[in-house]
Design a protein around this ligand. Structure first.
Ligand SMILES: [Fe+2]
Length: 221
């Protein structure tokens, strides 16, 4: 399936199923087996060369990419107090590819994705993804607990996909003894999102920042 990039900004109702078959595939000539992180990045750039994006193709190359610690080393930066977001490639404004490092038992807040397509591949350890339904309109005063849609383990090598039309999620490293690492692709990039209180459904806007860019620590960290 493909999707016009501009639609990802405006059409909240699109999900990975509903965009299937709407556009002509422009990735048929591209490899589906990236042999390295560099090749994965090159293929993503080629897939995004026009304004139409084949979501199935992007999912396939994310799934088929194996990679190794040597490639990820510049981006492996763990912190004791919070997971870190490390930008690998800014995608010419069309996407962000990043590596997230999760120390033992670290997890994210419940959050949305600002109408971006999010692909998440567990590349070391394992993760738990809990998906939540959006709080009901006007439920802020009622303080309803948020409803869990699904909870699944993302084992090493597996790829998950989420979009606002599917719901919200929280991602965690469930291990008390091992770190975890995940590779994330966001299409298009975004610099803020909303975080949600599980008990009440209340939400606040949050800026999303990078702990490092291209392997270099950022000034605000
Ligand atoms: Fe997320």
């Amino acid at each position: 399936m493909t999707e016009t990039l501009s639609n990802t900004y405006t059409n909240v109702g699109n999900d990975i199923q509903s965009v299937r078959g709407k556009y002509v595939d422009n990735t048929a000539h591209l490899s589906t087996e990236p042999k390295s992180l560099t090749e994965l990045i090159e293929l993503i750039y080629q897939a995004f060369a026009t304004n139409e994006v084949n979501i199935d193709y992007v999912h396939t190359i994310m799934r088929n990419y194996k990679g190794n610690m040597r490639e990820w080393a510049p981006y492996l930066k763990f912190q004791p107090n919070k997971y870190t977001r490390n930008l690998v490639d800014a995608g010419n404004g069309k996407f962000n590819l990043m590596i997230l490092c999760w120390a033992e038992s670290q997890g994210s807040s419940i959050h949305n994705h600002t109408n971006s397509h999010c692909f998440m591949k567990c590349i070391q350890g394992s993760m738990i993804e809990t998906k939540y339904a959006w709080p009901k309109e006007g439920s802020e005063n009622e303080e309803d607990a948020m409803r869990v849609i699904s909870r699944s383990e993302l084992k090493e090598g597996m790829v998950a996909y989420i979009h606002d039309s599917i719901g919200l999620h929280r991602v965690e490293n469930p291990s008390h003894t091992d770190t975890a690492v995940s590779l994330h692709l966001y299409v298009p990039p975004y610099d803020h999102c909303n975080v949600f209180d599980e008990r009440t459904g209340r939400t606040n806007e949050a800026n999303v920042t990078f702990y490092s860019i291209g392997g270099q620590l950022t000034a605000n960290e």
